[in-house]
Design a protein around this ligand. Structure first.
Ligand SMILES: C[S@@+](CC[C@H](N)C(=O)[O-])C[C@H]1O[C@@H](n2cnc3c(N)ncnc32)[C@H](O)[C@@H]1O
Length: 425
C-alpha cells in the first residue's frame, strides 16, 4: 500500500483490538496494527513496517484517550511488551479476551458459537505478582527481558507480575553478575509452600562463594541448579521444590511444567473435576506433565493413565502419586503420538480423554486416532485459542462442544486459557 511509508507518522483511529491485544486501525480495508492502543482512541502512529496487505506501527502520541485506559504502573511497559494489555481496564481486557476467543473459534474452527455455551472469562484474584516462575536474561551486565521484537536487553529492577521474592533476588544477584558467565536466571516458587528454586544458565563453572551468596538472600531458597549444555546440575540444596493444588501436594523438577498462576489453576482444575462423574472410570490424561490432573481427579474407583514426553515430569508424576497416596494411576513417559496408536490397537475402553497440549496443539494424526477411539467425553484445556479452534474443528465431526470456559491465567497479557467440554454425538 503506497499510502503508508515506514518511518513516517500518521493520525489513525483505533477501531478494534486483535487477539494479540494490539489496536487495529484501517485505511480503506488496509489494516494497521498498533500495540498499546485501545479502540476509540485517536493516535499519532509511527509506521514501523509497511507490507502489501498490512502495516505495523508504534504509538507516538495519544490524541484522544479511551475511557478504558488506565495509569500504567510499570516503568518498562512500552519497551518490554510482556504485559501487552496493562494499559487496559482489567474488566475490559477480560471482555476483549472473550470476544477474540469467539472470533477465533469462528474463524479457525468454523464453530457455530451460538450453539455452544461460552462462559465469561473467569477473572484472576491477583493481577500482579501472580507468576510462580520467571526467566530473566543476562547480557553485558544487564538483566531483564528483551525489548519488544528485538534482541536488546532491558536492564530491569523489577517485574510487577512475578512473585515479588524474585524481584528481591534479582536486585541482589544483579550486583554480583560481573564475569559470572551467566546468560539466564530462572526462578520458581511454590505459591503455598514458598519454596524457591534458582537455576543459573552458564557454561562456566560456578564459584561456590557465588551460589552460597544467593542462598543467603532468602531463607526459602531451597534449591540452586546450574543449566549447562541443556543439563541441570544441582549445585546445592534440595533436588525439587513443592507446591499445592486443591489440597494435593506436588514435587516440581527444574524442567517440569507447572501451571504458572497457581490459584487460577485451582479454579481451572475445579472445572475439570466438575465435568467428571462416577461413571467415568477409565480416563486418559494426555500431556499430563507432573501428573496434576490425574492425581486431582483420581479416586479408588478410577483407572487413569497419564502421558508426557518429558522424563523428569514423569519421574515427578510418579513421586507425586506416592506423596498423595494415589492408586490406580499409571504414568507413561512417551510422545502422545506414539502412545495413541498402541491404545487404539489394545482396544482400551475409555470414558474420558483429558487433553492439555502445549501451544502448538494436538498433532493431526493424534486427533485422527482420538476421533477413532471415540470416548464419550473429551476435556480439552488450551492456552492457545488458534490451535484450539483448529483442533475443535476436527473433533466436532464426532463431538458436540457443550461448554467452553476461558480462564484469565495470565492477567495483563493478551493470553487466555480455555477449558472445553466435548460430548460424543
Ligand atoms: C500445557 S502443559 C500441561 C501439563 C499438565 N496437564 C499440567 O497442567 O500441569 C503441556 C505438557 O505437554 C508435554 N508435551 C509436549 N509435547 C508432548 C508430546 N508430543 N507428547 C507428550 N507430552 C508432550 C509437556 O512436557 C508439558 O508437560
Amino acid at each position: 500500500m503506497d499510502e503508508f511509508k515506514e518511518g513516517k507518522n500518521y493520525k489513525l483511529s483505533i477501531i478494534h483490538q486483535d487477539h494479540n491485544g494490539r489496536g487495529i486501525a484501517k485505511f480503506n480495508r488496509y489494516p494497521i496494527f498498533i500495540p498499546y492502543t485501545l479502540p476509540g482512541e485517536l493516535i499519532e502512529v509511527k509506521i514501523t513496517k509497511a507490507k502489501k496487505n498490512y502495516a505495523e506501527g508504534l504509538p507516538e502520541k495519544l490524541i484522544t484517550v479511551s475511557k478504558n485506559r488506565v495509569k500504567i504502573p510499570c516503568d518498562y511497559f512500552y519497551i518490554c511488551g510482556g504485559c501487552d494489555i496493562m494499559h487496559q481496564k482489567y474488566e475490559d481486557g477480560l471482555h476483549m479476551k472473550k470476544r477474540n476467543l469467539l472470533e477465533l473459534l469462528y474463524k479457525f474452527g468454523k464453530i457455530n458459537i451460538k450453539l455452544v455455551k461460552i462462559n465469561d472469562v473467569v477473572s484472576s484474584d491477583d493481577i500482579y505478582n501472580y507468576r510462580n516462575k520467571v526467566t530473566f536474561h543476562v547480557k553485558d551486565n544487564k538483566i531483564g527481558f528483551y525489548k519488544y521484537k528485538t534482541n536488546d536487553l532491558i536492564n530491569m529492577n523489577k517485574c510487577l507480575i512475578v512473585n515479588d521474592v524474585f524481584n528481591k533476588i534479582l536486585k541482589v544477584i544483579k550486583k554480583n553478575l560481573k564475569n559470572s558467565g551467566i546468560t539466564q536466571i530462572t526462578m520458581r516458587c511454590g505459591e503455598y509452600t514458598n519454596e524457591i528454586m534458582v537455576i543459573l544458565k552458564t557454561d562456566k563453572d560456578i564459584d561456590e562463594k557465588f551460589y552460597n551468596s544467593i542462598l543467603k538472600i532468602d531463607e526459602n531458597i531451597k534449591s540452586i541448579y546450574q543449566l549447562k549444555n541443556d543439563k541441570y546440575k544441582l549445585l546445592c540444596g534440595q533436588k525439587y521444590i513443592h507446591d499445592n493444588l486443591l489440597d494435593k501436594k506436588f514435587q516440581i523438577s527444574p524442567d517440569s511444567f507447572f501451571q504458572i498462576n497457581t490459584k487460577q489453576a485451582e479454579k481451572m482444575f475445579s472445572r475439570v473435576l466438575k465435568y467428571i462423574d462416577e461413571n467415568d472410570t477409565n480416563i486418559l490424561d494426555l500431556y499430563c506433565g507432573i501428573g496434576v490432573i490425574s492425581i486431582i481427579v483420581s479416586n479408588n474407583k478410577r483407572n487413569i493413565i497419564g502421558v508426557d514426553i518429558v522424563s523428569n515430569a514423569i519421574k515427578d508424576a510418579n513421586t507425586n502419586k506416592k506423596i498423595n497416596k494415589v492408586k490406580n494411576v499409571e504414568f507413561i513417559n512417551q510422545d502422545v503420538s506414539n502412545v495413541l496408536p498402541i491404545i487404539k490397537k489394545a482396544k482400551k475402553n475409555l470414558n474420558v480423554i483429558i487433553l492439555d497440549p502445549p501451544r502448538t496443539g494436538i498433532d493431526k494424526n493424534s486427533i485422527k486416532i482420538i476421533n477413532d477411539l471415540l470416548p464419550k467425553k473429551l476435556i480439552y484445556i488450551s492456552c492457545n485459542p488458534v490451535t484450539l479452534s483448529r483442533d475443535l474443528r476436527e473433533l466436532s465431526l464426532n463431538y458436540d462442544i457443550k461448554e467452553i470456559t476461558p480462564f484469565d491465567m495470565f492477567p495483563l497479557t493478551h493470553h487466555v486459557e480455555s477449558v472445553c467440554l466435548l460430548i460424543r454425538k
